[in-house]
Ligand binder design. Structure first.
Ligand code: SAH
Length: 495
């Protein structure tokens, strides 16, 4: 039985512009065959056990020739695999998607196609250029500026000029002077607004605007590089007014997110939405302690406790894993009062239908221990290396407790010279620390002897800050220990 091939448009770069059907396809893949234009954030969505084949093409130097790609798709499908062929933008717009399907069709391999958001529309859009506007044009023409080696451009400039529509050229960077010349010679007004948008929808996006006559000179001056779209038409004049992407508060900032992989999503997504270039570098991982005799014992004697205190969403997950394994549910905790260290943990509880009875005003271990209104014994379920501030506070208040470790943090990530280099050079300005353990994980990844002077550690709270300071990392602390406040802090760090 042959497998199937799904041709997926990955969009122009911003991972948020991948379609839901595209994401489903990627998640179902045994093999992913991808291009140079597919962004790292989208490649990160591939299942870890999927085979990844890079057939990326450089302009003149084809890594894998087209026939080779066609053959790979066929061979893998004949092995019975679900093959996802990921392409930048939309697969059928100058993407040779059609050619890739021909061989499959001849061999009766089932295939599907998932359209993608094309750079021809999205790159101008992120550059503040709507490709049509009722007041100035009534058509849009998407043209390739690719020159077969040594040949003239095969474009009917006169026909294009006659349409009066917006013109978008793909693959046109090296032919930019010839394109502008062609349009001028065909009678287009030299002062027609025009622009290039490079690396559209990505943190590296750059728009260069000029008149048609002046664009080649301006582009050479600033060094416009592929991939870029060239837009010609009155709509380009709107960019100054509509340039929303460049005005995002974190545009131009590079932020490293050190959270464990499964928890990085929301923080990264929010930073990206504010325009930051986010590098996910999970420096720690959390693993449940399993088997966990301490938890078994505590759960058997649950009647001895008045309060249950949880200090992270991971702790809530670990508890739920145990309940589910024992065919139990939230009702088991029915006789207990619940304390959560902060809103993140309270939210994790509410996902199971439980409301936290107590959340301290300041979201850290010390305030939890000082404020928990306990008259009876407290069961604490948390990480092995949990902060002593919680238990010390309870001791001072003569409140009995059991401190049970249900998960631990591991730092088995390899040393990264790449991360060290970008931190030392100042390429990466901001590193987020959401717990003291992420600081330790980060330091073990880059080496304690690294030069941290050019980065800022954006810390979620005081204990995290204290840990970062121990390594000589310059720090800033969120006004409150929440993701919201951390994001706010990072936004304010812009210079
Ligand atoms: N199928 C793709 C186009 C492939 S041709 C799509 O629909 O977007 C490759 C050309 O697309 C590049 O030379 C460039 O002109 C354009 N391109 C692709 N990604 C781009 C991006 N992020 N920003 C600007 N142009 C891009």
């Amino acid at each position: 039985m042959p497998g199937k091939v799904i041709l997926v448009g990955a969009g122009p770069g911003d991972p948020g512009l991948l379609t839901r059907r595209g994401l489903d396809a990627i998640r179902s893949a045994d093999v992913v065959v991808y291009d140079r234009l597919v962004s790292p954030a989208i490649l990160a969505l591939m299942p870890e056990d999927a085979e990844q084949i890079n057939v990326g093409k450089e302009a003149a130097r084809h890594l894998v020739p087209q026939e080779g790609i066609n053959q790979i798709l066929l061979d893998k499908a004949l092995e019975g695999k679900t093959v996802v062929r990921l392409k930048g933008g939309d697969p059928f717009l100058f993407g040779r998607g059609g050619e890739e399907l021909e061989l499959l069709a001849r061999h009766h391999i089932p295939f599907e196609e998932v359209p993608g958001i094309t750079s021809a529309i999205a790159a101008p859009a992120y550059g503040g250029i709507p490709v049509t506007h009722r007041d100035c044009c009534s058509s849009l023409h998407i043209v390739t500026g690719h020159q077969r080696s040594g040949k003239e451009l095969d474009i009917d400039f006169e026909a294009l000029v006659r349409t009066g529509g917006t013109l978008v050229f793909l693959m046109g960077v090296s032919a930019l002077p010839a394109i502008c010349r062609g349009l001028l010679d065909a009678g287009m007004a030299p002062d027609t607004p025009a622009a290039t948008v490079e690396s559209g929808t990505t943190p590296a996006q750059r728009r260069t605007s000029a008149t048609l006559a002046d664009l080649p000179r301006r582009a050479a001056e600033v060094g416009v590089k592929s991939p870029a779209v060239i837009v010609v038409g009155q709509v380009c004049a709107l960019a100054e007014q509509f340039d929303w992407f460049d005005r995002l508060p974190l545009k131009g900032k590079t932020v490293v997110v050190t959270r464990p992989k499964e928890r990085a999503g929301t923080l990264s997504g929010r930073l990206r939405a504010m325009g930051a270039d986010v590098w996910e570098y999970p420096c720690i991982a959390t693993v449940p302690i399993d088997p966990c005799p301490g938890l078994e014992e505590a759960m058997e004697g649950l009647g001895d406790y008045q309060w249950l205190a949880l200090t992270s969403p991971v702790g809530v997950d670990a508890l739920w894993r145990w309940l589910e394994e024992h065919n139990l549910d939230a009702r088991t905790l029915g006789g207990l009062k619940l304390a959560a260290i902060g809103p993140g943990t309270a939210k994790a509880l509410s996902a199971h239908g439980l409301r936290a009875d107590y959340v301290p005003a300041v979201y850290d271990a010390a305030h939890l221990g000082e404020g928990i209104p306990a008259a009876g014994r407290v069961l604490i379920l948390r990480a092995q290396e949990g902060s002593p501030a919680l238990t010390q506070a309870l001791e001072r208040r003569n409140i009995g407790f059991d401190d049970v470790a249900t998960y631990r943090t591991v730092y088995d990530n390899p040393r990264s010279e790449e991360l060290r280099a970008v931190v030392e050079s100042g390429t990466v300005g901001i590193v987020t620390f959401t717990s003291a353990s992420t600081v330790r994980g980060f330091v073990s990844t880059v080496g304690a002897d690294a030069d941290f002077s050019r980065m800022v550690g954006a810390c979620i709270g005081e204990q995290t800050e204290a840990e970062a300071k121990r390594y000589g990392i310059p720090v800033q602390v969120a006004r409150q220990a929440t993701m919201d406040a951390l994001v706010e802090l990072i936004a304010d760090l812009r210079d």
